[in-house]
Ligand binder design. Structure first.
Ligand code: NAD
Ligand code: DAU
Length: 341
């Protein structure tokens, strides 16, 4: 197989980080460039064990800085772009939407211009099921690739905007793009502001776990390794101009997720604290992944096997998440929540 030069944006974050490690290990014959601004969500300590590998490179840059990005593409002539870099947390988008437009919309448009200038072989845009809005609680309804985009939060609106730009660059300029829209991920290196790692870290510290509203909202959970495999497949075999939904039919209420974690860790459900609901809180997400399955993908984890592996990972890697929750994160937590510590 010939050497390929692959740019992964957001490779210091949760999913991008797992994807970088997956690709560096799986394809020694590919050169993997991790471009990341290292915002609060970016962390390079997770890549210690691959830093010395010949096929891994790191570039610190902002995708929303046009001159830097254009110059980098001109110099490196990437063949593939897998675009994860984004502001990704819904709650932060509710308090500060501006940076979501800057990074997720403008940053994506600049990357598209750069990809066009060097005529990339493929641009994979990593998007989210949240662009479809919400479903009601009827378990027979799912998001398909044909579901209209009806984003409800500033985060999902910024992702939907970027999806439309990616689509337009394909229609207008013939840029070879594919878009993936995945459900909620979980697994190693998940930043502890998101429900699953927040719950694990707080339960381990015997702290209250904030559950929004009545805890009955439903998310469709996918282990991050299964998402990485899906993106790899789309990068190599996805049809240009097509969208692929990614999900493994693992629907759970938030309360079910929190109770599973508490039970696995042998702690008391008294740690649960119901707090005021998220503004515009989407009721339910659920993915129909048939199109991607027809391309050859299937998940390897159930929620039960995946959550057990993930909890064990957090038990084995306390120093990773403890260094995060001991810094600026604590200020964010205190501002966001009013739970009893
Ligand atoms: P994350 O917040 O953990 O990581 C985002 C990364 O992007 C960080 O390393 C950050 O430093 C970097 N970044 C932010 N702004 C940047 C900029 N201007 N220039 C360069 N780098 C910048 O996010 P995640 O959960 O890993 O999500 C990655 C992608 O996957 C996002 O596009 C998100 O919309 C999408 N997605 C996430 C999920 C999920 O459940 N987490 C599900 C579906 C899709
Ligand atoms: O569906 C894919 C999306 O999943 C991604 O596009 C986003 O980047 C990712 O952050 C995630 O969004 P959610 O809003 O679904 O994830 P979060 O972990 O923030 O919340 C999951 C559910 O748990 C949601 O219904 C809100 C609830 N929740 C969350 C937090 C942080 C709580 O009840 N308490 C909390 O403290």
């Amino acid at each position: 197989m010939s050497r390929k030069k692959i740019l992964v944006t957001g490779g210091a974050g949760f999913i991008g980080g797992n994807f970088v490690q997956y690709m560096v290990d799986k394809y020694p014959q590919y050169d993997i460039y991790n471009l990341d601004l290292l915002t609060y969500a970016g962390d390079l300590t997770k890549h210690k064990h691959i830093e010395t590998k010949d096929n891994y490179y790191f570039v610190k840059a902002d995708i929303a800085e046009r001159e830097t990005i254009m110059a980098l593409f001109e110099k490196e002539k990437f063949e593939y772009v897998v675009h994860f870099a984004a502001e990704s947390h819904v709650d932060r988008s509710i308090t500060d939407p501006g940076i979501f437009v800057q990074t997720n919309v403008l940053g994506t448009q600049i990357l598209l211009d750069a990809a066009r200038a060097v005529e990339v072989t493929k641009f994979v845009h990593v998007s989210t099921d949240e662009v479809y809005g919400e479903l009601d609680f009827d378990p027979s309804t799912f998001f398909t690739e044909e579901t209209p985009l009806q984003p409800n939060s500033p985060y999902s609106a910024s992702k939907a905007s970027s999806d439309l730009l990616v689509r337009a660059y394909h229609e207008t300029y013939g840029l070879p793009v594919s878009i993936t829209r995945c459900s909620n991920n979980y697994g190693p290196y998940h930043f502890p502001e998101k429900l699953i790692p927040l719950t694990i870290s707080r339960v381990l510290n015997e702290q209250k776990v904030p559950v929004y509203g009545d805890g009955k909202n439903i998310r469709d959970w996918l282990h991050v390794n299964d998402h990485c495999a899906a993106i790899n497949l789309v990068m190599h075999e996805g049809v240009n101009g097509e969208v692929y939904n990614v999900g493994g039919h693992n629907e759970k209420t938030n309360l079910e997720v929190v109770k599973t974690i508490i039970k696995t860790l042998g702690k008391s459900e008294e740690l649960i604290e119901f707090v005021k609901d998220r503004l515009g809180h989407d009721k339910r997400y659920a993915i129909d992944p048939t199109k991607l399955e027809n391309l050859g993908w299937k998940p390897t984890y159930t929620f039960e096997t995946g959550i057990a592996q993930t909890i064990q990972w957090y038990l084995d890697n306390t120093e990773w998440w403890e260094q995060i929750i001991s810094g600026d994160y604590q200020k964010y937590f205190d501002k966001q929540y009013t739970v009893n510590k």
